[in-house]
Write a protein that binds this ligand. Structure first.
Ligand SMILES: Cc1cc2nc3c(=O)[nH]c(=O)nc-3n(C[C@H](O)[C@H](O)[C@H](O)COP(=O)(O)OP(=O)(O)OC[C@H]3O[C@@H](n4cnc5c(N)ncnc54)[C@H](O)[C@@H]3O)c2cc1C
Ligand SMILES: NC(=O)c1ccc[n+]([C@@H]2O[C@H](COP(=O)([O-])OP(=O)(O)OC[C@H]3O[C@@H](n4cnc5c(N)ncnc54)[C@H](O)[C@@H]3O)[C@@H](O)[C@H]2O)c1
Length: 493
């Protein structure tokens, strides 16, 4: 790519039509994925045009859930303070101040993702909706962009599932929850994956009555032992759970809504009511307005189809982040979006081939206890790796966890017979932070034995990770040959 700056016009423009921009790179969508590509490319001196139709920084769902979960954790800490001998009353939640807190969290991130910042880096930012008009040209209103390469990073959006009556019921999404100025009195959450579970717990702790409906089981992709601990916590905190439930119909009623649900096994119909409905059901790639067929870019229901280099069927068009079809990620997530961006930069700027490694993606559910996972599950490892070892260590064995009264949870490691770490699940306090060390272990091929030899800071919860790794060595201590060796060496003083 040539390293000229942006805004180069191509030929004479007709009256009233702005001249075409001819950057090296045109990025469509300024969310996590698009900004990661655009920022790095601009820093390398590549000419970049970014098109965003809505909010610089992409959807705010993750940040809003994070802010609500943090507020909810404080409310819960007040409720549980008695366990530490600190006597308090039931926490009072002020809706206006809660709203202000969420908005501050969103505002704090805004400067990093702003159009001003991107412009300062040398990129051109265009506000508007992009669509392809040919294999090599995108239009945003009257502005055309003929780029050497395009990156589609348009994300995904929530769509209501096709349930009779649901179209008549107003619903919240993660984004509208962020701007809500009053807490829902009785909230029904549809979808029990990472978002649904985190919102359900947060809103229950903040004083809403919460019912969660999930068509399969809670966090179906996660380790069932870990999910069981989280399920218990939700039930203890008053969240009503309906798993394996199919939604039959919805109805808008005075002051809220009613849902008719039944068990997947065809069990009896059950009516649940609420003042608000939040959709945390599966999201759909936001690609329908891009006119991809005009660019020769093939997509399916999961998103844009790409090869290992994240190139679409049009070799000058890449796709990254949540709008990509499942084959190179399966699920969305911030780390995936950033990794996609890195691979595209390597390929587009340096002609280096990379490969997306789905097993290296760390995932975390923002609940208390937190649930974090990485690599192969126990079930996947058994199927793929043959002889495996499963190592566990409970939080209850950690002094720090005892002091914090955070004894619920465990670190579970799955290794091959030689101790190579294949997968990690952590459920418990700060699981998402603890798993970062394991992400490095997986990436570098560090064994459980080497992890057991790491000095961990005391007193911290990282001790639980180390103990889980150390348990790999325990069977060695009982080996007769090793005991004989110790006895033999004893003779020498
Ligand atoms: C509620 C919620 C909580 C989440 N929590 C987490 C979490 O805890 N951890 C985690 O790792 N991941 C989380 N995720 C997932 C993570 O947020 C996404 O994977 C990530 O934001 C994807 O980034 P993206 O850039 O692909 O898409 P987005 O951030 O959605 O950005 C896409 C952008 O493209 C723009 N756009 C779309 N079409 C066009 C067009 N035609 N022209 C111009 N612009 C367009 C959109 O306006 C948007 O700004 C969460 C998601 C949700 C919904
Ligand atoms: N990497 C991370 O740490 C992280 C954290 C949160 C979210 N995310 C990602 O963000 C994206 C959104 O996550 P999410 O949790 O909002 O969505 P999701 O697609 O992961 O889960 C949606 C859930 O809704 C359920 N569902 C679908 N239709 C339903 C219906 N009619 N009735 C009841 N339940 C129904 C599904 O079975 C599923 O459990 C995902 O790609 C997810 O991987 C990632």
């Amino acid at each position: 790519m040539d390293a000229g700056r942006n805004g180069v016009s191509e030929g004479a423009a007709s009256a009233g039509t702005p001249p075409a921009l001819t950057p090296d790179l045109c990025v469509i969508g300024a969310g996590t994925a698009g900004l990661a590509v655009a920022t790095a490319a601009a820093a390398f001196g590549v000419s970049v045009v970014i098109v965003e139709r809505d909010r610089m920084g992409g959807h705010a769902g993750g940040s809003a859930v994070m802010a609500l979960a943090a507020a909810a954790a404080r409310a819960q800490a007040v409720r549980e303070a008695r366990r530490f001998g600190v006597v308090t009353g039931e926490p009072q939640v002020n809706d206006a101040q809660l709203h202000d807190h969420v908005q501050r969290v969103l505002a704090a991130a805004a400067p990093n993702t702003s159009a001003q910042r991107m412009t300062a880096l040398g990129a051109v930012v265009i506000a508007g909706e992009a669509r392809f008009v040919s294999r090599s040209t995108v239009a945003v209103g009257a502005q055309t962009i003929k780029a050497r390469r395009f990156v589609i990073a348009t994300g995904a959006r929530t769509v209501a599932p096709p349930i009779p009556g649901l179209e008549t019921v107003p619903f919240l999404t993660d984004a509208s929850l962020a701007s809500a100025t009053r807490r829902p009195e009785r909230l029904i959450v549809l979808g029990g994956s990472a978002t649904g579970v985190a919102v359900a717990q947060a809103m229950a702790r903040l004083g809403s009555q919460v019912t969660l409906v999930e068509s399969t089981s809670l966090l179906a992709g996660d380790d069932p032992e870990a999910v069981a601990i989280l399920r218990r916590a939700l039930l203890r905190e008053g969240v009503v759970l309906h798993e394996q439930a199919q939604l039959l119909r919805a109805q808008s009623v005075r002051g809220g809504l009613r849902l008719a649900i039944a068990g997947l096994d065809g069990g009896a119909e059950h009516i649940i009511g609420g003042t608000h409905l939040l959709l945390a059901t599966s999201r759909t790639p936001a690609i329908e307005t891009l006119d991809l067929e005009l660019a020769g870019v093939v997509s399916d229901a999961g998103g844009v189809r790409v090869d290992r280099q994240l190139r679409s069927t049009n070799r000058r068009v890449y796709a990254i982040g949540d709008c990509v079809s499942g084959s190179v990620g399966g699920v969305g997530g911030g780390p995936i979006a950033e990794e996609h961006a890195r691979l595209v930069l390597r390929h587009a700027l340096f002609r280096q081939r990379g490969r997306f490694d789905a097993t290296a993606v760390p995932r975390v559910t923002q609940t208390q206890p937190e649930l974090a996972s990485l690599g192969l599950s126990e079930e996947q490892a058994r199927a793929q790796a043959g002889a495996i070892r499963v190592l566990r260590w409970p939080y209850a064995e950690s002094e720090r966890a005892q002091a914090e009264r955070e004894t619920e949870g465990f670190v579970k490691l799955v290794t091959d017979a030689k101790g190579r770490v294949l997968g990690v699940t952590i459920v418990g306090a700060r699981a998402g932070d603890l798993i970062a060390t394991w992400a490095l272990a997986l990436k570098t091929g560090t064994s459980a034995t080497a992890m057991a030899e790491l000095m961990m800071p005391y007193p911290t919860l990282s001790d639980v990770s180390k103990r889980a790794a150390t348990s790999f060595l325990m069977p060695l201590a009982a080996k007769p040959a090793l005991r004989r060796l110790i006895g033999f060496l004893r003779r020498f003083g």
